[in-house]
Design a protein around this ligand. Structure first.
Ligand code: NAG
Ligand code: NAG
Ligand code: NAG
Ligand code: NAG
Ligand code: NAG
Length: 512
């Protein structure tokens, strides 16, 4: 062979090598194209299943790692509600302003609340939310500033709340034109004040006792569908991170039946905050726990489904992916004055009404976590009991009954979240925790710190087979939203195989 011929065959080999190397690339790209976003909601989100219904044993069905590793920067969510009225409390123990909040305690902070304006817009509840009294920054700006010390922290705006009820939401969800107008107003408002997302706290769609009109169950579905669609569109057009979308939803089966088309709405939310507290309170007229983890035998028929476990099962059974569900944790208890002549410490004791308000939160029948600590420290007659079936503590002395949560019951509830492979927790509310740490003597923010340490510690769930699933590249062609995401392809195992094959082809060709 002459020198010239050899050079020619050298180039020929390079060209053939390149062509061959395109084949695996083409196959791989096909594979990426076929991995559409829609498929995530089905197989992926239903990733974990209890083995033969035994909730202590779990196995991974499919692609679960995709969800954990790529859709969330953390494993479990800790969504903390911040009630804006806490900033106006008088005492150092109870007043919480944004600067008091450790930006690493929660993964999301929901500012509660904004309201629906008459012109189908989002409006602040307090004048000093958007701008301070003396021209300084408002509460919105002060709370979003927490992100400077934790760039992973998401600050969302919650709209609605218990006192808001269905006012405004009725009008907003009435027809397509109203929905469209409200959605655009919401986007403008959220962007103006630099929130990361929107949390709908409508209590509750479909609830006639909460002034909801007949169209609201379907209207709620339409509203959230449009919100998600427009959030996607806006993010794409403006090239910004998409606004997150969540909702605080009812836990009682009646609320769920009346208000939610669960299988549809869950496709549009990023996560769902189940308000799994306020199951019992002074309105019952008999003693009962605010937030029992499980039901108990001999419970009256109507109360059977009123516990965290039952609510979560209902949401899952009606078609909500379990990884989207956040369990409501109450950083407060509910207290009763007892008037029965021959009373005992037991649940279901009649002649019970709202006990005297706490000295800081001033709401009859409600005690913040630190107010429970205080009363237990002061009133030596109060005896603490543990309800084995409900898995929560309560306290009693003649005349007073308090159902509350303590560190042990928070840990039990977190273990439930892990065992059930749920999304995480929500806390109502951040400002009811012991901010200073001086009342409960458990350090600052003992509730939030317990939730954090329990939810970030290495997995304790027994898993049968934690199969390592191939790491899908982060960016992929999404047919649904018609955009190419960041295509920084990490080498997955399939890629590696094709790459090795290509090198082999080239080597064979070059072998003299
Ligand atoms: C961020 O952390 C620094 C140092 O701990 C602190 O001085 C500052 O106030 C923090 N900023 C915010 C917005 O929390
Ligand atoms: C709502 O539905 C109930 C029961 O179906 C009906 O009695 C009532 O008239 C309806 N209200 C309106 C405003 O349509
Ligand atoms: C939790 O709820 C499910 C469904 O309602 C039920 O089958 C299960 O027994 C409950 N677990 C406990 C410990 O009560
Ligand atoms: C006191 O207990 C007795 C026996 O358990 C019961 O019959 C009676 O109704 C109770 N009285 C009140 C006021 O609850
Ligand atoms: C794409 O992803 C890579 C690696 O994850 C990251 O370093 C880069 O900043 C991303 N680019 C854009 C435009 O998001």
């Amino acid at each position: 062979m002459t020198r010239k011929e050899c050079l020619r065959c050298f180039f020929l080999k390079i060209i053939i090598g390149l062509i061959l190397s395109l084949i695996p690339l083409a196959i791989t790209n096909d594979f990426i194209d076929s991995f559409e976003e829609e498929s995530l909601t089905d197989d992926v989100l239903y990733g974990m299943e209890p083995e033969d219904g035994d909730e202590t044993k779990w196995y991974l069905k499919t692609k679960d790692n995709y969800l954990n590793e790529f859709l969330r920067p953390y494993k479990y969510m800790r969504v903390c509600y911040f009630a804006n009225w806490a900033a106006k409390r008088r005492s150092e123990i109870s007043r919480v302003v944004p600067e008091d909040i450790d930006p690493h305690l929660c993964t999301h902070i929901n500012f509660a609340f904004a309201k629906v304006g008459e012109d189908l817009s989002v409006k602040p509840y307090e004048e000093d939310d958007p701008a301070g009294w003396t021209g300084g920054p408002g509460l919105y700006q002060r709370i979003t500033a927490l992100r400077t010390n934790n760039s992973d922290l998401k600050i969302m705006l919650s709209i609605g709340g218990w006192t808001h009820a269905s006012k405004g939401f009725n009008e907003v969800s009435k027809d397509d034109a109203s929905i469209e107008k409200f959605v655009q107003n919401a986007i403008t408002y959220l962007r103006k004040y630099e929130f990361d997302g929107f949390d709908i706290d409508w209590e509750y769609p479909g609830a006639t006792d909460r002034q909801a009109e007949n169209h609201t169950k379907k209207g709620f579905t339409k509203l959230v569908t449009k919100l998600r669609e427009e959030f996607e569109k806006e993010a794409y057009e403006k090239d910004k991170p998409r606004l997150l979308l969540s909702a605080a939803v009812g836990a009682a089966n009646e609320r769920i039946d009346a208000g939610y088309e669960i299988d549809i709405i869950c496709q549009h939310f990023d996560f769902i905050n189940v308000m799994s507290y306020d199951y019992h309170g002074s309105w019952d007229g008999v003693t009962g726990h605010n937030s029992p983890l499980y039901g108990r035998k001999n419970e009256p028929e109507k109360d059977r489904l009123w516990n965290i476990n039952s609510s979560i099962h209902i949401w899952i059974e009606r078609g909500c992916p379990r990884e989207m569900l956040n369990v409501g944790i109450s950083a407060y208890g509910r207290s009763y004055s007892l008037f029965s002549e021959n009373q005992t410490h037991e649940i279901g004791m009649s002649k019970a009404s709202a006990a005297e308000a706490g000295p800081y939160t001033m709401e009859p029948g409600v005690l913040a976590y630190y107010e429970v600590c205080e009363i237990l420290n002061k009133d030596k007659q109060l005896k603490i009991y543990w309800h084995e079936e409900h898995d929560v503590p309560y306290a009693y002395r003649p005349g007073l009954w308090i159902g509350f949560d303590n560190i042990q019951s928070f840990v039990n509830k977190v273990n439930y979240v892990k065992r059930m492979q749920l999304g995480g927790v929500i806390v109502w509310s951040l400002d009811m925790d012991d901010k200073t740490g001086n009342v409960c003597n458990q350090g600052p923010y003992p509730v939030l710190n317990t939730l954090k340490s329990e939810l970030t510690k290495p997995e304790s769930v027994t898993t049968k087979s934690y199969t390592t699933i191939s790491k899908y590249p982060r960016g992929f062609w999404s047919k649904k939203y018609g955009r190419r995401r960041n295509l920084s392809l990490k080498l997955n195992s399939q890629f590696k195989t094709f790459f090795t094959l290509t090198i082999l082809c080239i080597l064979i060709l070059f072998y003299p």
